[in-house]
Write a protein that binds this ligand. Sequence first.
Ligand SMILES: Nc1nc2c(ncn2[C@@H]2O[C@H](COP(=O)(O)OP(=O)(O)OP(=O)(O)O)[C@@H](O)[C@H]2O)c(=O)[nH]1
Ligand SMILES: [Mg+2]
Length: 256
Amino acid sequence: MSRKKTLKSKGASAPAASAIPASNEPRPARPGSARPGPQVPPNGLLQPGRPSLGGGGDFYDVAFKVMLVGDSGVGKTCLLVRFKDGAFLAGTFISTVGIDFRNKVLDVDGMKVKLQIWDTAGQERFRSVTHAYYRDAHALLLLYDVTNKASFDNIQAWLTEIQEYAQHDVVLMLLGNKVDSTQERVVKREDGEKLAKEYGLPFMETSAKTGLNVDLAFTAIAKELKQRSTKAPSEPRFQLHDYVKREGRVPSCCRP
Ligand SMILES: Nc1nc2c(ncn2[C@@H]2O[C@H](COP(=O)(O)OP(=O)(O)OP(=O)(O)O)[C@@H](O)[C@H]2O)c(=O)[nH]1
Ligand SMILES: [Mg+2]
């Protein structure tokens, strides 16, 4: 099985950020059911240094689009709900149909960074819908489920898809979700780390149920994107890999 190694960490380069472009307004799957946020100029900045007002009443300085991808059932929707509302969607699993999004504004080093987070359907039958959204994404969170080996084995196929459809400089992070399910775990932390290393991706294990590393994953993405769009040449670069390694909490099962 030959793995394409060209999907190296996007944290290593500093492409010009192109936050949510006006001409590429996100398109909701069901017209009228989702209302994207306000338009943002291609340089990603709205009145730098001064608060701006988004359509939803949220103040922000810069906005980016983040997409959640991975097999059906890995916990994409739950991860987003945990991040946005601080809650866990327990009970019946309701698979996402098409695509949906939620906004959240974060304070990143004194700047308001709005993340427009797109939650995609993992089911194969919606794949063509998802493809259309990749090119507008500034960052991708690629999830597998540590209790589902197939979802881990499919990461390679997801990476191939990302390579085909996403921007070459997209910020990408690998997340192994559901680490609270210690009894059911079938993918070891080391396996996730190894795969991430192979592709040069930042990696963390998360739990939408307990909230472990959920805020951190989104904050890390926001910091990287913000830095790309606003960094002065003299400023030291934000090191996404180091940040995630340093700040990420290791689940209790897997502490040395
Ligand atoms: N134990 C545990 N269960 C989780 C976690 N995250 C999600 N789940 C459960 O896993 C199931 C699937 O979660 P979803 O978030 O709907 O999965 P999804 O990736 O959005 O699936 P699709 O929309 O079909 O692509 C649900 O029953 C959730 O309750 C987690 O961190 N821990
Ligand atoms: Mg879902």
